[in-house]
Ligand binder design. Structure first.
Ligand code: ADP
Ligand code: MG
Length: 277
């Protein structure tokens, strides 16, 4: 009998963080950085905002949930090309989408997305799959991508709210790590030069910090232009230094770090740790 030598996905990343902190921007640029290192990458937007892959494709691609609704939930009528779009640098892009506003469950949508992609055998083709997930509320639904991931990356700034969300995510990772081979690869600081609160936090809850990116006007502009920094750097080589941040993160991930199973600080402890009183 012939054996089926299917290619196994090598790294599954889940990028979490507070809304608006820069998850999608960071995810798209990390995806391109991984592609530049020769990896075949799939980025899955799991935020109901469904703009995760915008800077990769330059437009808002149709979501899985919209496509499924259109096909009356007949999975067998959905083709990979209906839901997987080519982005810059050869990165493949999927948007899970969200439930109707004020109704339904975002986690259900993530579950349906994974189910459909598995039915399309889409998971086996990739070296890296990156889930870009909203991390304000890590309810069971939004924690679902952690069931499929090897590594969690948290994007935060140097402020209380994002670190508070980071701590909730750390708690979810610890919980999932009981039953899954999941590790926290670490924090990515974004839009900040100050890192005193980040340092305070990791003293209480030890975890690696992969990079800290400052506020860079060209990153803000990249969102408006619908381009990653790598695409912008093609016509403006002065931006290559920004790409280097993302390449460094990609290289650290590809080195398969040991990562940590974090402890998390109790909420009240975190309040006093990160406040002046
Ligand atoms: P999220 O996915 O976490 O909701 P986004 O990636 O959409 O956040 O980022 C929110 C906004 O912040 C975007 O306009 C983006 O261009 C901008 N942004 C992200 N990171 C930076 C940065 N380091 N410097 C300047 N602007 C940034
Ligand atoms: Mg986003």
């Amino acid at each position: 009998m012939k054996r089926n030598y299917k290619r196994q996905t090598k790294v599954k990343l889940a990028v979490y963080g507070k809304g608006g902190i820069g998850k999608s921007t960071t995810s798209c640029n990390i995806s391109v950085a991984l592609a530049k290192r020769g990896k075949k990458v799939l980025q899955i937007g799991c935020d109901p905002k469904h703009d995760s892959t915008f800077t990769l494709t330059g437009f808002l691609i149709p979501t899985i949930i919209d496509t499924l609704q259109e096909k009356d939930y007949h999975y067998e009528d959905v083709w990979p090309e209906d839901v997987i779009y080519k982005g810059y640098g050869g990165v493949d892009c999927v948007e899970a989408g969200g439930p109707p506003a004020g109704a339904g469950c975002g986690g259900y949508v993530v579950g349906e997305t994974v189910k459909l992609l598995k039915e399309l055998n889409a998971f086996d083709e990739y070296d890296v799959i990156l889930f870009d997930v909203l991390g304000d509320v890590v309810c069971g639904g939004f924690a679902a991508p952690l069931n499929y991931a090897d590594y969690c990356l948290i994007v935060t700034d140097n402020g209380f709210d994002a670190l508070f969300a980071a701590n909730r995510i750390a708690a979810s990772v610890r919980e999932k790590a009981r039953t899954h081979p999941l590790r926290l690869a670490g924090l990515i600081g974004n839009r900040t030069v100050k890192r005193d609160l980040i340092e305070k936090y990791i003293e209480a809850v030890p975890m690696p910090v992969l990079e800290v990116l400052p506020l860079i006007e060209d990153i803000r502009v990249s969102r408006v232009k619908g381009k990653t920094l790598f695409e912008m750097a093609e016509s403006d080589p002065s931006l290559e230094y920004v790409c280097d941040y993302y390449l460094s993160i990609a290289d650290q991930i590809l080195a398969r770090p040991e990562g940590v199973v974090p402890n998390d600080a109790p909420d009240r402890e975190l309040f006093s740790l990160l406040s002046d009183f």
